[in-house]
Ligand binder design. Structure first.
Ligand code: MOS
Length: 733
């Protein structure tokens, strides 16, 4: 049988999505459902002085207006140690700590009446001084967070840097960026007595359940979270934000189902963003380009009431062999909402600095940028000295360089052009850690041989319905067409948050183990049945192909799942499994996916208009579950890299802490015309250590290094080194 895992199958849910039958959170309706609309603050810091609701409350259809004066009790503060939880503004006090913070919630019988009434609520404030200017804010080293200590050193980085023959010491900056998934956040909440059901656009139904249970002081069993489809997440749906809890609060108080769907401008408020970063990256090297010392000092903004560290130094700690290294992560508190994870949090912003600096070093010592990476190639983890569970970065470099035609590059800046167009070629390394968490699954085989497999995981647009059906089908020895995968529901076996590129590595082993359990139960039943051709067969003496068990010794003797189960008394056979990472193996091996990106830009010499005309990436991420969907993930990440390099920036006004471009008309993301034919080469890689299937994550590595590759191409084209993203014509002419 041809391998089912890896096969480039079409999306199982593709038809449902394009025909509109896939139901997203905001599309759920119930009898008696009412609509909630947020009233948001107009100041970045201070207190609510008074809220005038009388006029709005009198409007037809308005049911209730919640403010800090009448809102039911809810826990705003997160539980200690909950990394993916955020402190929330839930109308529990009169404090305002960022512009666009929820200060009231209006509920009405229609959406239009709710937003109209919300616009008529008058709020007055007592303003206090706001910190909105990062350049003027004090920074401090936060306590240890989820990516290790915030200050660390190996060797003596400063002394080694001071005496290094070649030095690069630069500041790189990246702006705040807002996730803009196609589907804005949305919640529908309803209660039966003290039992809460929530339809929510979330990257984690179980963490959302836990947070809501905590917020309303309920046992988790009384909270049911459902999220079968989400229209993109990228990190902003990885935490619970105020609107979800506020919808649940109002639904309980009113005894009606409540829908709260954010409008696009409200995506730029209380639902997270990538913080801005200010990064000092210093490289000390010998005259050949061999690294002697690396120093990476990062500052990012967080909010006044919560801590988020953008771990930009994470990639610097592990990417190259360098004996002396020091890093530091600092934060500055500003009156903005709390930042959060955004696609490759840390690695994407950090790789812009590191891989730009490596390009600067390559020019400084006169070595080809790719050769410089090979010269500093890490054979073992530079921090711990542990071996890699697998690392195919050399193969990535070779394949992508060859495909791109890198050897034909002339190294001098401004040396390649065509008419008025300056042509630049740049490259950068990609990497992303291999994460994994506990996941559970069941696999049910019905009497007709059809299969339902399930884990309470999520479908972010990544292909979950498709790939886990492939995993179950391969273990069972049947066609994936016979398997339906279910997800996005807390009544299913537990799955982790879909963040940190960990879903495939976590869920696949659980689904596979549950499928093997179900298969073995079916075989055991046949083996015990004197009338079965498989009577007395052992698992080792049998193969399963296309849904039929056959004796290895005599393949003419066998039976299909349906034939065996026809005589089984139960309606279905159910296999169950729980799979979790082994902390010992995690200590013994460094586990990362690796890759490389090459970019070509063409720049109008007079106007500075930049177009990315070609990108070739090559990535090695362990075993690939579906080549077609993996390619989509990679080029999706590369598209994000184009946005990060050239378009995306949240512009805030320091006078009032307000986002000035809070809509897709002004917050620029790449459109089709900005995205050339992208190519991602899938480098085969076997990894016996990361998990039983050898799967590494692919959701985030595609963005890593991409912005640096483009910035390096811009330097090659123009001779201008732009260290401040995004790069626009304004920075070139
Ligand atoms: Mo991803 S930014 O960890 O959702």
């Amino acid at each position: 049988m041809t391998a089912l895992i890896g096969a480039p199958r079409d999306r199982a849910d593709g038809r449902a999505k394009i025909t509109g039958t896939a139901r997203y959170s905001a599309e759920n309706d119930f009898p008696g459902l009412v609509y909630a609309a947020l009233v948001l603050s107009d100041i970045p810091a201070g207190r609510v002085h008074a809220i005038e609701t009388a006029q709005a409350a009198k409007l037809p259809g308005v049911l209730k207006i919640y403010t800090h004066e009448n809102a039911p009790k809810a826990k705003q503060q997160k539980k200690e140690g909950e990394v993916i939880w955020r402190n929330l503004a839930l109308l529990q006090d009169d404090e305002v700590r960022y512009d666009r913070q929820p200060v009231a919630l209006v509920v009405a019988d229609t959406y239009e009446r709710a937003i109209d009434a919300a616009s008529r609520v008058r709020v007055t404030y007592v303003k206090t001084d706001a910190a909105t200017d990062f350049a003027k804010a004090d920074t401090y080293i936060p306590p240890e967070t989820n990516k290790g200590p915030e200050v660390k050193e190996r060797g003596d980085a400063d002394a080694a840097f001071a005496s290094a023959p070649v030095k690069i010491d630069r500041i790189y900056t990246t702006p705040q960026e807002h996730h803009n998934p196609m589907e804005p956040h949305a919640t529908v909440a309803l209660w039966k007595g003290d039992d809460l059901t929530v339809y929510d656009a979330t990257q984690g139904v179980f963490p959302t359940r836990a947070r809501l249970a905590y917020t309303f002081d309920l046992p988790v069993e009384q909270v049911h979270v459902i999220s079968p489809y989400i229209g993109g997440g990228f990190g902003c749906k990885g935490s619970v934000w105020p609107h979800t809890a506020l919808a649940a609060m109002a639904a309980r108080d009113l005894g009606r189902p409540v829908k709260l769907a954010l409008e696009r401008p409200q995506m730029f408020g209380s639902v997270g963003y990538r913080p801005l970063t200010h990064q000092r990256l210093a490289l000390g090297a010998d005259p050949s380009g061999k690294l002697i010392s690396t120093i990476h000092e990062v500052k990012n903004n967080t909010s006044m009431f919560d801590l988020f560290v953008e771990p930009s130094t994470a990639i610097t700690r592990m990417l190259y062999a360098v004996p002396n290294l020091r890093y530091k992560q600092e934060v500055a508190r500003l009156n903005f909402g709390t930042p959060t994870f955004m696609r490759a949090p840390g690695e994407s912003s950090g790789s812009f600095a590191l891989e730009s600096a490596m390009d600067e070093l390559a020019y400084e010592v006169g070595v080809d940028p790719l050769a410089l990476r090979l010269l500093n190639y890490a054979e073992t983890d530079p921090d711990e000295g542990t071996p890699y569970s697998s690392k195919s970065l050399r193969e990535c470099y070779r394949a992508a360089a060859e495909r791109f035609g890198w050897s034909k590059r002339s190294s001098a800046p401004r040396s390649m052009h065509e008419g008025r167009e300056l042509i630049g070629w740049g490259m950068a390394t990609s990497s992303y850690p291999t994460n994994r968490s506990m996941a559970a699954a069941y696999v049910r085989i019905a009497a007709d041989g059809s299969v339902i497999a399930a884990t309470g995981t999520q479908e972010l647009g990544t292909g979950s319905y498709t790939v886990y059906a492939q995993v179950a089908a391969e273990a069972l020895g049947i066609s994936p067409d016979r398997v339906r995968f279910e997800l996005g529901d807390t009544t299913l076996p537990q799955g982790p948050v879909s963040g940190g590129s960990q879903t495939a590595a976590s869920v696949s082993p659980a689904v596979r183990a549950a499928a093997l359990d179900a298969r073995d139960q079916v075989l055991a039943f046949a083996s015990a049945d004197p009338k079965s051709p498989l009577f007395g067969a052992t698992p080792g003496g049998v193969t399963v192909t296309d849904g039929r068990f056959a004796l290895t010794s005599d393949p003419s003797k066998g039976a299909t799942y349906a034939e065996i189960l026809a005589r089984h008394p139960a309606a279905a056979i159910e296999g169950r499994a729980e799979a979790k990472p082994d902390p010992e193996i995690k200590k013994q091996y460094a586990m990362h996916a690796f890759g490389v990106q090459f970019a070509e830009v063409r720049i109008d010499a007079d106007t500075g208009m930049i177009r990315v005309t070609r990108m070739v990436g090559a990535f090695a991420s362990g075993r690939i579950l579906n080549e077609k969907l993996a390619h989509s993930q990679y080029i999706g990440g590369m598209t994000w890299a184009i946005g990060m390099a050239l378009h995306e920036a949240t512009r805030t006004d320091p006078r009032n802490g307000r986002v000035m471009n809070a809509n897709l008309s002004e917050y620029l993301v790449p459109v089709n015309a900005d995205v050339p034919a992208l190519e991602a080469i899938l480098i085969p890689e076997e990894d016996p250590y990361v998990n039983p299937l050898g799967v590494k994550g692919i959701g985030e590595i595609g963005i890593v290094g991409g912005a640096a590759a483009i910035a390096n191409a811009v330097f090659h084209a123009t001779g201008k080194r732009v260290r401040d993203l995004p790069i626009g014509p304004d920075k070139l002419v």
